[in-house]
Design a protein around this ligand. Structure first.
Ligand SMILES: CC(=O)N[C@@H](CCC[C@H](N)C(=O)O)C(=O)O
Length: 374
């Protein structure tokens, strides 16, 4: 079995949630420490890693970032190398992202390049967000790259395709948590209570009007409530309910507008249901905005040099905290086709491992080209 497929399968079995990636960090460290160490320097950052590969005559530093965390999902792939951790799964491809990063890193440990390279193994992409604090860390300030690249698997594209565009690629995101507190009571005496299940359902319904009525139809936004909890048993009217969701917008301005409308609607629910409501926006991610010059340079390089098919795609409503890195460092993110009928965050997602070699070859070849440029 190919080394990086084995690595992917090993990592697939030990998914861990944001900032709890202890086994993952140990696995990555022990692999990287097994490589020749002459040109490498490793620094731990929380549950992540920075790995510098020193070039032979550096004029700049090229960054490559992978995320390393999993999701709270019970895996249903039935694969022999399924997750061994209850209710945790690499359902967003970070196991592939890591094995690709190790493949590229290994290449440059064995093959000389002029420029310095910085590999970033970033925790907590799914939340609460590792990119922003990693960017602000002392290590990053000392080793800050001059350009930076990353990829994300794309189940909808076949293996051998790369999809990207310059400018906006991924949306602005904000988590959304709303806690409602009213007056519970006997199911047979609703008139003596303020039912928070009804309040929660009303909120969800009213939120649907924000995208349809308040956001410019030529712009785009998404409000998804992914989880509602509330109440205790079937014959007690719920005193409390909680909504958990996410907001996605194509512009930072629309994010402000959506939040303003959420605040007003929640205020209306407080008045109408005579209850208390607390809004918490959790973590927020800056949009992923690809540098025009570097993205087009990569697209032209792919068209001339490689066997992959390049698709110039539209922006997506997914979020990625790599957006914070791109806000300070020019670079790009691209979609890597992995051909799966199940999408990202699905319990049956099983990306094609053939995409690992495709990505390792492309990224080693492009970084060699950029890192030896005069
Ligand atoms: C690529 C991808 O699926 N990213 C996640 C990022 C999560 C952001 C945050 N936790 C939120 O839910 O708002 C996504 O869900 O797009």
């Amino acid at each position: 079995m190919n080394t990086y497929v084995k690595i992917r399968r090993d990592l697939h079995q030990i998914p861990e949630l944001g900032f709890q990636e202890f086994k993952t960090q140990d696995y990555l460290l022990s692999y990287i420490q097994s490589l020749p160490q002459e040109r490498i320097e490793i620094k731990k950052w929380k549950t992540g890693l920075f790995v510098k590969v020193y070039g032979m005559s550096p004029k700049k530093t090229i960054g490559y970032r992978t995320d390393i965390d999993g999701l709270p999902i019970e895996e249903q792939t039935g694969l022999p190398f399924s997750s061994t951790h209850n209710n945790q799964m690499h359902a967003c491809g970070h196991d592939l992202h890591m094995s690709i990063a190790l493949g590229v890193l290994t290449h440059f440990v064995h093959n000389e390049i002029h420029d310095d390279l910085l590999f970033i193994f970033q925790p907590a992409e799914e939340g609460p967000g590792g990119a922003e604090p990693m960017l602000k860390s002392e290590i990053m300030q000392q080793w800050k790259p001059d350009m930076i690249f990353a990829l994300h698997i794309a189940p909808e594209y076949p293996v051998g395709t790369i999809a990207l565009k310059d400018g906006l690629l991924f949306a602005n995101t904000s988590e959304l948590f709303i806690d409602l507190k009213g007056k519970g009571g006997h199911a047979a005496y609703p008139h003596q209570t303020n039912d928070m299940v009804i309040a929660a359902c009303t909120l969800v319904n009213q939120f649907q009007t924000i995208v349809s009525r308040n956001v410019n139809p030529l712009d785009s936004a998404v409000i998804t409530i992914g989880k509602i909890t509330g109440g205790t048993v079937q014959n007690i009217i719920a005193e409390k309910a909680r909504l958990e969701g996410t907001i996605r917008t194509l512009s930072p301005e629309s994010m402000k507008k959506v939040k303003h409308r959420i605040k007003s609607i929640v205020k209306g629910i407080e008045t109408g249901f005579e209850c208390e409501a607390v809004i918490d926006y959790g973590s927020m991610y800056h949009q992923v905005y690809n540098d025009e010059h570097l993205t087009n340079d990569f697209i032209n390089y792919l068209k001339q040099e490689s066997t992959v098919q390049v698709i110039e795609c539209r922006e997506a409503m997914t979020g990625e905290d790599f957006g914070y890195m791109l806000d300070e460092i020019p670079g790009f993110m691209f979609w890597l086709g992995v051909d799966s009928p199940f999408g990202l965050h699905h319990a049956k997602l099983n990306p094609s491992e053939d995409a690992i070699n495709v990505a390792v070859n492309i990224m080693t070849s492009y970084i060699t080209h950029k890192g030896n440029e005069e």
